[in-house]
Write a protein that binds this ligand. Structure first.
Ligand code: FE2
Length: 196
């Protein structure tokens, strides 16, 4: 596997699978807010009518989530990946610093579903595709906050250090490995096509 660069295409998509957009972004203030509100992790599990950013099988994964905007469904049997409903969680207001960075990088674009995902040392998230019609009109990004991880998408792979902003094609198989010596935290977020 090789490190990837990609070229934006006219339709707003990209012709490859991972693009590092920026490195060295200062995330200390984001970490300070995470430390201030440890009780925000996984609080969204109790929200009625909502489903996780990592959609299905979440209970089986070693990840924890701290979601700021979450997908919603009208009925329990609906799939959140096919829903256009986005709901701010009670934790949204606590985590202004991450939103400030993203607004700066994307010129005040709307941020749709988003949240921090943590992954313990040596743990992995296996290859999967983010399924559903919701994703057809959004680009998905990471801003890495803490720890070091390998990220793979399609046939490309990168090592991600804190302060890295990357785009990836979440319609191709993707996953991650914590290759550092501390819990990995990254911020996953969606921006509508045309704004990103
Ligand atoms: Fe995914």
């Amino acid at each position: 596997m090789s490190t990837s660069t990609t070229t934006p295409m006219m339709d707003g998509g990209y012709d490859q699978s991972i693009k590092i957009l920026k490195t060295g972004i200062k995330v200390k203030k984001v970490i300070d807010q995470l430390k201030k509100y440890p009780g925000d992790w996984d609080h969204q599990k109790n929200l009625e009518g909502s489903q996780s950013l990592v959609d299905r099988g979440f209970a089986d994964l070693p990840v924890s989530a701290l979601q700021l905007i979450i997908g919603g469904v009208k009925h329990k049997d609906e799939f959140v990946g096919d829903s256009e409903i986005n709901i701010k969680t009670p934790a949204y207001a606590h985590h202004s610093e991450i939103r400030k960075i993203i607004r700066k990088q994307f010129k005040n674009a709307d941020i749709h579903r988003c949240g921090f995902l943590s992954l313990p040392v040596d743990e992995i998230v296996g290859a999967h595709i983010d399924e559903g019609t919701y994703y057809l009109s959004r680009n998905r990004y990471h801003l890495s906050i803490l720890g070091r991880y390998q990220y793979f998408c399609g046939c490309h792979s990168v090592i991600v250090e804190p302060g890295t902003l990357l785009w990836f094609n979440n319609k191709l198989p993707h996953g991650t490995v914590n290759v550092g010596d501390e819990t990995r935290i990254t911020f996953v977020f969606d921006i509508p096509h045309g704004q990103s």
